[in-house]
Ligand binder design. Structure first.
Ligand code: GAL
Length: 740
């Protein structure tokens, strides 16, 4: 595959903050940060010839360690200074070094309009610095003070039903309100001016978990302006939205309302606008920070595979990606949830081309908002943290440092509990983890460079949500025809094999990869079909499925036979129609005798069966039952120097996808992180850079598992123990290893 031989990587691809890096922190890395761009100098020893960075700078350049700490709310304890003293003592004990502070502190910083109180924050910042700790200092916009809601009702959102929301709660402000923007500008400017150059200031934590939409007149006007810029004329908009349907034609811009609509294009554009407006608000937040502290990186904490915003648009604005991980690891087969979480880690690492990300929040024990907040079993905390690092995190941070004494999160897991802080199992886990991190400095800045990419695209997910059919769907509910789950099911076999995967959107660069798996690529965004074609033509392997190339970016059907938009000739098939199956269908597929992937037996499938006709593609499996028995269920077509696989049906998780992926991996000779067979529930990740390679080996099951390492000799970076041959991994055991 051709790879771009970049000497200059645009900032939208890789951004490392605007600090000049500290030479001593980076041995083999030749990187130079200048405002707006990251320049990778000519490859040197240890640097990939692709032009991608071999090793990245630490998040805090002068502090080349994994960051450890979390959300801390000293403003809740100002009347009990002893508690804050105690916090500092305990922080030292846990080997913590970085704290997110001030996230919801607006009413402590500005108790009355225009009256600011920074003395308490000065004290906290100074004491953090004195301990050699760092602050991810938050802008407080996630929770506005009550005086503001009262005096300026416009800062409170109007909901879809047209009602102004009450003050209570958080994350409920209008992103467009001029008053809110002005108040945010003032407080952010004050914070930036006051703490610029402060030794403790390591990064800006912008707001908290942006989410939601507002339907106030300001937002509706902004939406209409955004549409005018996008479509120019109403005629173009009406055509793009297909509004002649049900008499929905728009006659003036003012008629456009996003409340409830049968017009899919409108729904999609509203979601795009909400992302646009959120990012615009974020840029507004960042402007005063950049101006006062140009070298301090900014980030904002994102949430899992959140469907409400297209996070890829955030990536350009943030210097580092960060996310909050609250996996549900309670089930008997919780290793599957670990695999699902791994996909999300991979997505956040991929958002900036492999730049190590920030695990901003995770719970040290139980999460109070879950239905059944089961405790972490012994070993699970260490495992969760090492998984994050293995996938590319350069931090392990928690929500929260100390439990609040009152209000909604008093029972949420924390490092410091309400009583006997140091004696708790959780605290001891954190101490042990902090000690382990002292052995992982070499991991900082290393990364993962997969040959495989999986496409998970938020806009495709929206398009599937809004489309009524081919199975029934309910607009405005996150029923995405199981798109996210399907992506996870295609990802999991790679995880089981220990093959690293980047998780990208459909607008991402495909040319870095040898294999791109793009399940349910229902909507073809502009330019995607052409780039896919070029990728395959040049020798790439592509996996497509049912429901690909069905609509364009405003949800107009791509006519002329599916998969449309040019994918039909790549896949070498024509999909004539799609059958929807009831639960527990008898439908099964049978691999063709002697198929190139070595699949055998019979596999159950679910939900969708397309009736496809080969147009040059070879048939790898056929349906067993119903009137389309014998028709192709899986095909492969050669196009240019590459190949396209097409699943006409959705395999039941694991079985067929495992067999297919194993066959494909061996055919393409995809490199595994470790060339050994892994029992189900055991996985391994690899991070490399600066001439070193680290392996993260995990048994994610509740029972012992045996791995046969053969002649491979691995050394535990913490205690130097050598692993080789048949090795028994205890339940939830995790190791960081290097070649011995
Ligand atoms: C996150 C949020 C934190 C805290 C946490 C509890 O979503 O950012 O402030 O509420 O959840 O799990």
């Amino acid at each position: 595959m051709s790879r771009p031989d970049l000497r200059e990587v645009n900032v939208s691809d890789v951004t490392i903050g605007r600090r000049p890096f500290l030479k001593g922190a980076l041995s083999a890395t030749a990187l130079l940060a200048v405002p707006g761009r990251l320049i990778a100098l000519a490859p040197q020893a240890g640097q990939a010839s692709s032009g991608l960075a071999d090793r990245y700078p630490p998040i805090i350049p002068e502090f080349p360690h994994i960051l450890h700490g979390g959300d801390w709310s000293p403003e809740q304890w100002l009347s009990e200074p002893g508690v804050i003293d105690e916090d500092f003592r305990l922080m030292e004990k846990t080997g913590s070094n970085t704290f997110s502070i001030g996230i919801f502190a607006w009413s402590s910083l500005e108790p009355e309009e225009g009256r600011f109180e920074f003395a308490w924050l000065d004290d906290i910042m100074n004491r953090l610095a004195a301990h050699g700790f760092h602050a991810f200092l938050a802008t407080p916009s996630g929770g506005k003070p009550r005086w503001m809601s009262e005096k300026y009702p416009e800062v409170r959102r109007i909901n879809r039903a047209g009602q102004r929301e009450p003050h209570g709660g958080r994350h409920n402000h209008c992103f467009t309100s001029p008053v809110y923007r002005e108040k945010v500008r003032i407080i952010n400017t004050k914070l930036a001016e006051r703490y610029k150059g402060h030794k403790a200031l390591a990064a800006w934590h912008i707001s908290n978990e942006f989410s939601g939409a507002c339907f106030c007149p300001y937002c509706l006007t902004a939406f209409r302006d955004w549409l005018k810029a996008r479509y120019t004329t109403l005629d173009a908009l009406n055509r793009a939205w297909w509004t002649a349907f049900w008499s929905q034609t728009i006659q003036s811009w003012d008629q456009i309302e996003p409340f409830e609509s049968a017009v899919d294009g409108l729904n999609l554009d509203w979601d795009r606008f909400v992302t646009h407006q959120t990012v615009d608000f974020m840029k507004h937040e960042i402007a005063p920070l950049r101006s006062a502290t140009p070298s301090v990186p900014v980030t904002t904490n994102m949430m899992t595979m959140f469907v409400g915003l297209d996070y890829w648009r955030f990536a350009d604005v943030c210097d580092r990606i960060s996310w909050d991980a609250y996996p549900r690891l309670h089930a008997e087969d919780s290793w599957k949830q670990v695999a699902d979480m791994s996909l999300i880690h991979d997505m956040y690492r991929s958002m900036k081309g492999g730049l190590p990300f920030i695990l901003m929040e995770s719970t040290p024990s139980a999460t109070n908002w879950m239905q059944t907040p089961q405790l972490k079993k012994p070993g699970q905390h260490r495992q969760e943290m090492l998984l994050a690092i293995g996938h590319g995190a350069d931090t392990t941070m928690y929500f929260q440092w100390r439990k609040s004494q009152g209000s909604a999160e008093k029972f949420h897991g924390a490092v410091v509990d309400h009583g006997e802080a140091e004696r708790t199992r959780v605290f001891q886990d954190i101490v042990a983890h902090g000690a382990l991190l002292t052995h992982l400095d070499g991991v900082v800045g290393t990364t993962v460079r997969p040959e495989v990419a999986l496409v998970y695209d938020t806009e495709v997910r929206w398009a599937l949500m809004y489309s009524q059919g081919p199975r029934q769907t309910n607009p405005r509910t996150p029923f995405d025809k199981d798109y996210a789950q399907t992506c996870q099911e295609h990802y999991r076999p790679f995880w089981k094999l220990g093959i690293p995967v980047d998780v990208i959107e459909s607008l991402s660069d495909f040319t870095r990869y040898r294999l791109v798996v793009a399940p349910m690529l229902f909507m073809l965004r502009p330019g995607v079909a052409g780039r896919i074609e070029a990728f395959v033509k040049a020798g790439g392997t592509l996996v497509l499925t049912y429901l690909s190339g069905v609509v364009n970016e405003t949800e107009l059907v791509l006519r002329g036979g599916w998969p449309g938009g040019g994918l039909r000739k790549l896949a070498g098939i024509w999909s004539e129609e799609i059958d929807a199956l009831y639960p527990n269908p008898p439908q099964r597929v049978v691999p063709a005798a002697g198929n190139a992937l070595g699949m055998s037996g019979e596999f159950p499938v679910k939900d969708y069966c397309e009736r496809v006709h080969p147009e040059g593609a070879a048939v790898l499996a056929t349906y067993k039952t119903d009137f389309y028995a014998g028709m192709p269920a899986l095909t492969v077509n050669t196009f240019g120097a590459g190949q396209v696989y097409y699943f006409a049906t959705r395999p039941t998780a694991d079985g067929m996808l495992d067999a297919f992926t194993r066959g494909l991996a061996s055919r393409l000779k995809l490199a595994r992180n470790l060339a050994v067979e892994l029992p189900e529930g055991v996985t391994v990740q690899k991070r490399s850079g600066g001439g070193r390679t680290f392996y993260f080996l995990h048994n994610c099951r509740r029972e012992d598992q045996v791995v046969d390492l053969g002649a491979i000799r691995l050394k535990d970076v913490a205690d130097g123990r050598i692993m080789t041959g048949k090795t028994t991994l205890a339940p939830f055991a995790s190791f960081v290893l290097e070649r011995a």
